[in-house]
Design a protein around this ligand. Structure first.
Ligand code: C5P
Length: 410
């Protein structure tokens, strides 16, 4: 683990839930690693977990009595389960069995750990561990999907040999990987207190009450960027077009549909931001007017009169006191050349170019690569998962922002 991750966990309060699977023996290593990285760890075990590892072992490693029972008077008097839920700044359940995921998804509170999770207002992450068939079962899939919708992150499982002799997905992630992910959850300090405004997703331009024009943007890159800014300590406001993504925790999201609504939402908030990132795929044109009623298919052909939408990014960059502006250029050919042209004509500080319509990367994909350009500089961020790419892009933005910010204040 890097020294940066070590310090990032100091003073963090992690409630570790251990449920009944063979991977529970790895919880011991997990507790040691988290504590070594500076975190305070308290452990709650289910009854079944105690069949796999003793509470005494986990008590010795965590340095606190292990809690097992909702109705344990002695420990409830010392720190009640609601208090314990409030104490934690992260609830991590590792391993999380299929049964536990089902109970969590159902919102049950029939033992201490589920009751805690229900009461917790903090972030909850689970590290599933189970037989590959149980993991692939549609019931488990549905439970994980419900949890995801509620903002509960599922980490893993990994693929490989299983204790039962089978091979496939279902192994709990290794403690070291779990610790790395925990460290990544906590804000870095690079952009602490910096206010970031982002646009993401497509816009919808109505033709009539039931039809609209739109594009293939999924919003994934913008949402990943919003999360990466948050994780560096920035205060993030996201103006989002219609997407199938849930709001990332800790980010203020304003949902809009049309380009004009997006522009109004941005202009309302732009004075309050230091960095503006235009990630949205804004429709260039909108129908001249939206028909008040559903258009009937009487004619053999039809024409739709269109008018230009305002360029939100150019509008922000052209303000008398603009924030640090970052744009995107999605191109089907010569991305870098078009992007450089766009950077200059829109008057933005940085532009990230990507090739769309190719087999890899771009719209609707989970992976992407970017070439980032600014005055007198460029960097290529290679093909990677959008979340990783977002982290790398935020790092570049932070570097350039810091330079202009220091120049302005000197
Ligand atoms: O001109 P083009 O649409 O290719 O520029 C893309 C960049 O400009 C993106 O950053 C996009 O979010 C932004 N943009 C905008 N408003 C528009 C069109 C594009 O903010 N109407």
């Amino acid at each position: 683990m890097s020294p940066q991750e070590m310090s990032e966990l100091s003073g963090r309060r992690i409630l570790l839930g251990v449920t009944g699977g063979i991977a529970a023996y790895k919880s011991a290593e997990l507790i040691r690693g988290l504590r070594r990285a500076g975190a305070e760890v308290r452990v709650v075990m289910t009854e079944a977990a105690a069949q796999f590892i003793t509470p005494m072992t986990l008590q010795a490693l965590s340095g606190w009595p292990v809690r097992q029972d909702l109705f344990d008077r002695e420990h409830e008097a010392a720190m009640g389960h609601i208090e314990l839920a409030r104490w934690a700044d992260l609830v991590l359940v590792a391993p999380a069995t299929a049964d536990f995921l089902a109970r969590l998804a159902a919102g049950m509170a029939d033992d201490l750990l589920t009751a805690l999770c229900l009461a917790a207002e903090t972030r909850i992450c689970v590290a599933p561990a189970m037989n590959q068939g149980m993991w692939r079962n549609p019931a488990t899939e549905a439970n994980v999907a419900v949890l995801k919708q509620r903002g509960i992150e599922s980490w893993g499982p990994a693929e490989g040999d299983q204790a039962c002799g089978e091979t496939g997905p279902g192994r709990m992630l290794e403690p070291e990987e779990l610790i790395r992910r925990v460290a990544n959850l906590y804000p870095g300090t690079v952009l602490r207190g910096v206010r970031v405004l982002l646009t993401a997703g497509p816009t919808r331009e109505p033709l009539d009450p039931v039809r609209y024009l739109t594009n293939r943007s999924s919003g994934k890159m913008g949402y990943a960027l919003a999360g990466a800014f948050r994780d560096q300590g920035a205060r993030v406001v996201l103006v989002s077009g219609p997407v199938h993504l849930s709001s990332p925790p800790g980010i203020e999201v304003t949902r809009v549909e049309t380009a004009l609504e997006m522009q109004a939402a941005v202009m309302d908030r732009v004075e309050m931001c230091d960095i503006f990132v235009a990630c949205a795929a804004v429709a260039d044109y909108r129908p001249l007017e939206a028909a008040p009623h559903k258009i009937k298919k009487d004619a053999q052909s039809m024409e739709i009169g269109m008018t230009r939408n305002p360029d939100i990014l150019a509008g922000v960059a052209g303000l008398p006191k603009p924030p640090f502006c970052v744009g995107f250029a999605a191109e089907t050919q010569r991305p870098e050349a078009y992007a450089e042209q766009k950077r200059i004509t829109k008057g933005v500080d940085m532009i990230a170019a990507n090739l769309v319509g190719a087999a890899e990367g771009g719209f609707e994909k989970d992976e992407n690569s970017l070439t980032v350009l600014w005055e007198g500089g460029r960097v290529v961020l290679p093909m990677s998962e959008k979340r990783r790419l977002a982290e790398a892009l935020v790092e570049q933005i932070a570097k350039q922002y810091e330079k202009t910010d220091t120049a302005e204040n000197s």
